[in-house]
Write a protein that binds this ligand. Structure first.
Ligand SMILES: Nc1nc2c(ncn2[C@@H]2O[C@H](COP(=O)(O)OP(=O)(O)O)[C@@H](O)[C@H]2O)c(=O)[nH]1
Ligand SMILES: [Mg+2]
Length: 497
């Protein structure tokens, strides 16, 4: 896979020889730097979709300020590094300046020193954190911000027409399907052949705990809804999967304090007949109740950290002794928040494929630059080289074929198409994932399954009833299976020697 990054690097270096000054030169330099850095994932969606909260849950630390405030109106990058540092990048192109910051309840509040949020292109925060080692996370302002300018900015940020694709992948948060959600997603994807897409976008059905009005089965309802959304034709064209996540619960569980654990334990130890009537609604929960522990203010504090669902769930887990210590409670809540599923999906779809996604972003950046300079002969040669890499490198073919299937451009039986997507790596790129086997599958069963799938797709590709596009898609899948069989043969030979 690294070879792909190397090919992209050589191409960018060639481009540097052609575009050696001005903005293009700067873009190329940052394109080159990106190839060595972690994958960049943008978190997008409407205001209050829960973006900043989910970012914190993914990092495992409260870093991004939530709710409103000047800083939440600015695109903010969070990346791992050795020092704690904030850089403010002004929009007018002047050099970035180091910013001062303080922490407010954990959240990093950058002192904008009187600058208007709209005059800032982005805040770039370096923060030593293992949660940011594999992914650089980009928090974006919501698309329906009160001020038009901020919405426009979120669009600009995600818009691939921009010279440099700012993110390699996107996590799109939504509470329901709205036309504006679809518009934003469509803006992030462009449909040129060189830019295959639903492959680098995942949707999160966010604030999933609120779906069942705080009932204990809220997450089960959210999973059903997410599944239905995932089958919606309009969404399938834009994203890979929909995952339900209760971001607030995940964030709180990961940063659970002793005080919170003890307070919940006190509540759980109350007689259910005394306490339960007050768990019926958020308003009731915070009413002053001299007969139950904790003041109104303290209960309000719990509510803002856990949500009503989180409070109820924690009390139920403590009562049933499913969790007895604060770390057990934290693990149980994380497990039930949907965060682990999201992390697995991010790993299989983005992290494991980060070389392909990063190389793709680099090629797209050069491609855009060349397209703007139609008269330049060097640029035209670069375009040819890009086309060759895109067509000749199998992982790119896998991406574009998956995108074509998702876009409904390939006609075929639903089962053939979904199995083909799986073979191409839509559920993960390890052999067992491509073959739909169990993680524990041994080499022999992997090889047998691969051989069987290979024969099946060969028959399908050669059948006179198979339409041209499906035949082409099958051939890409066949190549993936051949590579898989070859590497498993190689492993078998190595283990004999
Ligand atoms: N109940 C519940 N509230 C949430 C969840 N995620 C965020 N919130 C709350 O929604 C508000 C907006 O969240 P924030 O992360 O700032 O949203 P953003 O505007 O998309 O960045 C905050 O008050 C959060 O506490 C969630 O999963 N469940
Ligand atoms: Mg936010």
């Amino acid at each position: 896979m690294n070879e792909l990054v190397e090919q992209a690097r050589r191409l960018v270096i060639n481009a540097q020889g052609i575009f050696d000054s001005g903005e293009n030169a700067a873009v190329l330099q940052s394109t080159l730097d990106r190839l060595d850095g972690p994958l960049r994932v943008a978190i997008a969606g409407k205001v209050k979709a829960g973006k900043s909260t989910l970012l914190n849950a993914l990092v495992g630390e409260r870093l991004a300020p939530t709710d409103t405030g000047e800083c939440t109106k600015v695109v903010t990058w969070y990346r791992d590094g050795h020092t704690y540092q904030v850089m403010i990048h002004p929009k007018d192109g002047s050099p970035p300046v180091q910013g001062r910051f303080h922490r407010d309840d954990g959240a990093i509040e950058v002192d904008l020193e009187g600058r208007d949020a709209l005059s800032i292109e982005r805040l770039d925060i370096t923060w030593p954190s293992s949660g940011l080692r594999k992914l650089t996370l980009v928090d974006t302002p919501g698309i329906d911000s009160l001020t038009e300018g901020i919405s426009t900015r979120a669009f600009e940020f995600l818009d691939p027409e921009d010279n440099e694709t700012p993110a390699d992948a996107v996590l799109y948060l939504m509470k329901h399907i709205h036309a504006s959600d679809l518009r934003l997603l469509e803006a992030f994807h462009d449909d040129s052949v060189a830019s295959p897409n639903p492959v680098n976008a995942v949707a999160v059905l966010s604030r999933a705990d609120e779906i069942g009005a705080g009932r204990l089965d809220s997450m089960a309802s959210a999973r059903r809804i997410a599944k239905r959304y995932g089958q919606d034709g309009r969404l399938r064209r834009l994203i890979q999967v929909v995952v339900p996540v209760a971001g607030l619960l995940a964030e709180t569980a990961e940063t659970l304090t002793q005080w919170e654990y003890k307070s919940l334990k006190q509540l759980a130890d109350c007689k259910p007949t005394d306490l339960d009537p007050y768990l019926l609604s958020a308003d009731r929960f915070v009413e002053a109740r001299p007969e139950t522990p904790l003041t109104s203010l303290e209960r309000d504090q719990l509510l803002s950290r856990f949500g009503l669902f989180g409070v109820r769930l924690s009390i139920a887990l403590l009562r049933r002794k499913v969790a007895e210590t604060s770390s057990e409670l934290s693990d149980e809540l994380v497990g039930r928040s949907g965060l682990l599923e999201l992390q697995t999906i991010l790993t299989t779809l983005f992290v494991d494929r980060s070389d392909v996604l990063k190389a793709r972003s680099a090629l797209l950046a050069v491609e855009r630059m060349c397209n703007e300079d139609r008269t330049n002969e060097g640029a035209q040669q670069l375009l040819l080289a890009i086309e060759q890499i895109m067509a000749g490198v199998h992982p790119f073919n896998e991406l574009s074929t998956m995108a074509a299937i998702r876009s409904g451009w390939v006609a075929g039986k639903p089962r053939d198409l979904s199995d083909l997507e799986r073979v191409l790596g839509a559920s993960g790129t390890t052999p067992w994932q491509r073959l739909g086997l169990d993680e524990s599958a041994d080499q022999a069963s992997i090889r047998n399954a691969a051989v069987a799938e290979l024969a099946r797709f060969q028959r399908l590709a050669e059948s006179p009833f198979t339409v041209h596009d499906l035949g082409m898609a099958c051939r890409v899948g066949i190549r993936s299976l051949e590579a898989l069989i070859a590497s498993s043969n190689q492993m078998a030979t190595e283990s004999i020697n």
